[in-house]
Design a protein around this ligand. Structure first.
Ligand code: ADP
Length: 397
């Protein structure tokens, strides 16, 4: 059984083809600049040279057609024919309150995704286009939608209702949804395996620290709180997103600087976070280099970032009433040795003690706490694609 996993962004598309007998990756790649001049497909097959295909791709359907061609190409392909693709799993950002698990796509699912466009105007449209394109290109093959929001549907109302007039929740669906759910789910399940404990008996704080970043408090395998909210803007300071700020700042700055709603959205989503504070970059490697060279604002950006994650960890320890493991994942979580060390400073009071030597690890599973630390501190690389492939297999088999 081969499962193709597709993740459509606004101008990009990532894919992986899995052989689910042994969960090996047969092919993977990335299409960039869809609908923009200079579109290209970077394609990789185990045991073959990497291939870059530069050809105009005007939309996601064009891009997916190129991907399918590359997958069955006689030289740089991975399988002989498209008939060997048994099912397709799609990453979908927003399912509102409609789905708390992955589903096989049918007309009613597509209608629900359309309804959620107003909640995720940047993310859901390319996801929907990706599914429609596969329906045309691979007729008869089942599509499965795996939602970023689904895992967090177990949160209690005390975690998801905002302190606004209740009618905005009832009428306009304004509530905390949470994102990165596929990652938090995979990482918490893998953590329980590594702890050698049943998932149902674990209390885990997962820290997904990438360009976007969120924490989740996971009790017995269920998400009970998470830092992203109605949109992926809330919560932690991120690469370019501001995270939590006093909401009154928004109207104040708009009035003072005479800027539009759209400009304000752009500022909070794309010009804030560590980029906004440091003025250097949204990439932590650049900000760390600048800080090491003495750049005061880069130092400040990192201090704010680390203290922000630390505050959330302590808050979620209280939400859970105890913690078995604090787990770091995604780009910075998996690779940011110094960041993990800084974040875990001051957590000794709750029995979480990082071992600076064990912590010198990048991109692989590891326990990085001292031997006598009551709380385990771990690095668990996330694997959203594999989770999507597993869900897809489970639903179609
Ligand atoms: P995305 O949210 O786009 O999937 P990733 O999970 O790939 O992001 O994380 C990207 C971020 O991870 C980058 O902004 C970079 O700052 C950080 N990162 C990646 N490798 C390192 C590293 N070796 N040291 C510090 N930060 C890193």
């Amino acid at each position: 059984m081969n499962v193709l996993v597709i993740n459509c962004g606004s101008s990009s598309l990532k894919y992986q083809l899995f052989n689910m007998e042994d969960e090996s990756v047969l092919a993977k790649g990335l299409v960039e600049r869809i609908g923009i001049e200079g579109s290209r497909l970077k394609h990789e097959v185990e045991g073959k040279d990497k291939k870059t295909i530069e050809v105009a791709m005007k939309d996601h359907k064009d891009a997916l057609a190129q991907v399918l061609d590359a997958i069955v190409h006689p030289e740089h392909g991975a399988i002989a024919s498209l008939q060997e693709i048994n099912a397709v799993g799609h990453r979908v950002v927003h399912a509102g309150e409609k789905y708390s698990a992955s589903v096989i796509v049918d007309k009613s699912v597509m209608a629900a995704l359309e309804e959620c466009i107003e909640l995720a105007p940047l993310h859901n449209p390319p996801n929907i286009i990706g599914i429609s394109a596969i329906e045309e290109l691979l007729p008869g093959v089942k599509n499965v939608a795996v939602f970023d929001t689904a895992f967090h549907q177990t949160m209690p109302a005390s975690a998801y209702v905002y302190a606004l007039p209740y009618e905005y929740y009832e009428k306009d669906h304004v509530r905390r949804y949470g994102f990165h759910g596929t990652s938090h789910r995979y990482v918490s399940q893998r953590t329980a395996e590594l702890l050698g404990k049943p998932l149902s008996e674990t209390k885990i704080i997962t820290c997904h620290l990438g360009n976007g970043a969120s924490l989740a408090a996971i009790d017995g395998g269920k998400s009970v709180d998470t830092s992203m909210g109605f949109t992926p803007l809330e919560g932690l300071v991120m690469g370019t997103r501001c995270g939590d700020i006093d909401p009154q700042i928004v109207t104040y700055v708009m009035g003072k600087e005479n800027i539009t709603l759209e400009q304000m959205n752009d500022i909070m989503n794309k010009k804030s976070g560590v980029l906004g504070i440091s003025g250097v970059s949204s990439d932590f490697r650049d900000v760390e280099d600048a800080a090491a060279a003495g750049n005061e604002r880069a130092i400040l950006a990192l201090d704010i970032y680390h203290s922000n994650v630390r505050k959330y960890i302590a808050a979620y320890a209280a939400v859970l009433g105890g913690v078995d493991a604090i787990v770091f994942t995604a780009g910075l979580g998996e690779n940011g040795v110094e960041s993990r060390e800084e974040i875990c400073k001051n957590l000794e009071f709750m029995g979480a003690v990082l071992d600076p030597v064990k912590n010198k690890v990048r991109g692989k599973e590891a326990f990085v706490n001292t031997d006598d630390s009551k709380v385990k501190i771990m690095v668990v690389p996330t694997n959203e694609e594999l989770t999507i492939a597993r869900d897809t297999l489970e639903l179609v088999k």
